[in-house]
Design a protein around this ligand. Sequence first.
Ligand SMILES: Nc1nc2[nH]cnc2c(=O)[nH]1
Length: 838
Amino acid sequence: MSLGRKVTLNTGATIPQLGFGTWQSEPGQVGEAVYEALKAGYRHLDLATIYQNQKEVAVGIQRAFKDIPGLKREDLFITSKLWNNQHRPEVVEAALDECLAELGLDYLDLYLIHWPVAFEKGDKLFPTAESSNGVVIDNDVSLVDTWKALLKLPKSKVRSVGVSNFTIEYLEGIIKATGVVPAVNQIERHPRLQQPELIAYAKEKGIHITAYSAFGNNNVGEPLLINTPEAKKIAEQVAKRTGKTVTGANVILAWSQVGGHSVIPKSVTPSRIAQNFQEVELTPEEIAEVDALGKNRRRFNRPYNLYTPNWDINVFGEPEEQGAKYKVNIGCGTSLIILENPAVNAVISVNLYERTDGIAPHSVPLTTFNVSCNCWQVVDLTVSSMEMSTPTFAIYGTIIHSLSLTDLQIQENTLVLVKSGKIHSLDSPVSTDHVPTILRDRGYTDPVPVRYLERSQFLIPGFVDTHNHAPQWAQRGIGRGISLLDWLDKVTFAHEAKFKDPAYARRMYSSCVSGFLKQGITTASYYGSKHGDASKILAEVCLELGQRALVGKCNMNRHAPGWYSDESAESSLNETRDFLDHISRLDPGHDLVQPVLTPRFAISCEEHLLRRLGDLAAENPWMPIQTHFNEARDEMEFTKSLFPGFRNEADLYESMGLLNSRSILAHCIFLQDEEMTRLRDLGCGIAHCPISNTCMSVYMVAPIREYLRRGIKVGLGTDSGGGFSSSMLEVMKHAFLVSNARQTSTDGKDASLSLAECFFLATLGGAQVCGLGERIGNFTVGKEFDALVIDGVVDDGVMAPVEDEDGIGIVFEKFLMTGDDRNIVGVFVGGRTVRERA
Ligand SMILES: Nc1nc2[nH]cnc2c(=O)[nH]1
């Protein structure tokens, strides 16, 4: 029998590792074969439009539904593939519809881009021109274009999307451009083409690998791998060891799944279909014997010079493909350098153009610089999207931002000019007629792209989340109404422990960071898990997706289960140092990502560890520090019992060298008078997290008005997962609500926070708490352009409707109180668009 193993994709769907393939299964046989496979127990079917047999496959599936008791659509995992003449974005959904119609299905479990090669769009599966004997390549549509189109496909029609025959370079390109990691890469893989680099890359990114041509290929006159004497010998050994009938095919199929991959053998012979399903497990020695079959590397499926009609394109970058005319058009960050006025040995001027649409270079040069050159050349440069210089552009419309706690500015008819990621100038009010003159006055003779906001739109600074536990992304909403320490023990540690697995970490962090960006959080101060490696991945994901972030490896060497605790103070420190080095190498200027020292809280750190972290803080006088501080009564009492020699938590952390103007102190519910004075004098910041504070066993309200009155810096935090919401709009509302409760409980002494004050705390206040007040938080000239385009009128939103008589102040209030991420239609970080709602 099959071992019935399934693995989880990065979309959360599960895929059976042993599947059934239909490539090269003739119509007339394939329907029967699929039916036999389903009867034998296969539940994963691999199909494709180009196999031209899907209508018959459909018959086999329907017959199986009738004959196999209890078999339902949701029991099957069905993959199909977009063919090469369907890459143009405008035809992708229609192609899927056609595929579903052929199969008689409502949805696919997985839809793949079959090849990183686009053919001319149209009815012909292999379009050819009279002038050549090869297929017509359409190199004006890029992989990024097609991938984006797949990402837009409705979930109702396809559950997961992925790619096939993609190299690392192509995967990198589409991930960098969209931030979305394909669920699957289906590749030729067998002992003679093991592809270790691609496998390692996929593991790190959380991409599942499905192997096709696992037995080799019988089109080329070479024996299938399963029929080689070596495979047969291993099969005999396994048969002897297990007492089962074992074929070479069983051996190769078992080998193919090592590492969690899936494999899709094809057969139309019922006995073989059934025998392939009799799975075996190999010992490490047997696996090594199969590995050894790979001595003579062989790729069987290379379109250039192998397929008929020929594909004149270099897909895998292998020596055999060097003569190909075309290279794959990846799309992301592919820029053209066009040399102007070239002269031998002269310094010449170069314009770097961004290729924005995959069709033609954008007409606006991103930047101009000089190089020495001694020949004519046009160079194709590949630059990652983050490395690419940010374009100059302007936005015209209403801007809303805070200059201070009490000064909210609503400025209509404003022109914001953004250059090199920063706010170059801000003119207000100006009429649209004057925009060209202003840009000329600023020295722009070439056209600068200007985005004119619509009447329902306005610009606000990006939100700053001062307290966020990235590894709690999947546990949001779990475990309310219990005490903090119980919640950590019963819910949280087990969730965070999963980040030991880098593939899980990458998958979860990609989802988390893009989820926060979508909600307008352009800066987050993240606690990682205790794992240094996973925390590095978190920082990498922030960089890749373009989010500004403080990222910390959580220090915790006691009062947590052994399976989720740093081994010792020393190992905790070593891992932290290694983590800091890594981040400094990743982003040496801390332009986007910087490390933050993160002792979880005093309960989880021995005194020695706290002191040594204090030393690290002193050695790195720029580095922020974050911890939980006076969050709950049980936590405070336990801390006191562990550190009886200190008057309070402020005294404790200050003595350890962890309290200064770089400290971000989460919660601060119960501060003694002396502590408030110390926080103010030392310039510490408070991360106010009203959602989690009101979700535990006790309803806790931090006296924010008092802190503000005393001049202590305050920002807002989602505290996502302790807080159930990852939306700063929700946090602002809660901040208002709990301040209202506080107003009542203090008989009006602590006035509630106004909406404008909450907005300040979510933007500039948060930036100040994170030590970024000079760089972001509002639209002061010279600051980096971290901004959100808000639209009060979106088709699919639920914000209170904007009425004709509503002034912009009312629209803003409606957005803060009733809007959500659907109203956030554009997100910029450092002048780069990191999110755009279609
Ligand atoms: N809210 C919250 N408080 C903590 N104190 C220590 N760890 C945590 C945590 O993960 N969340």
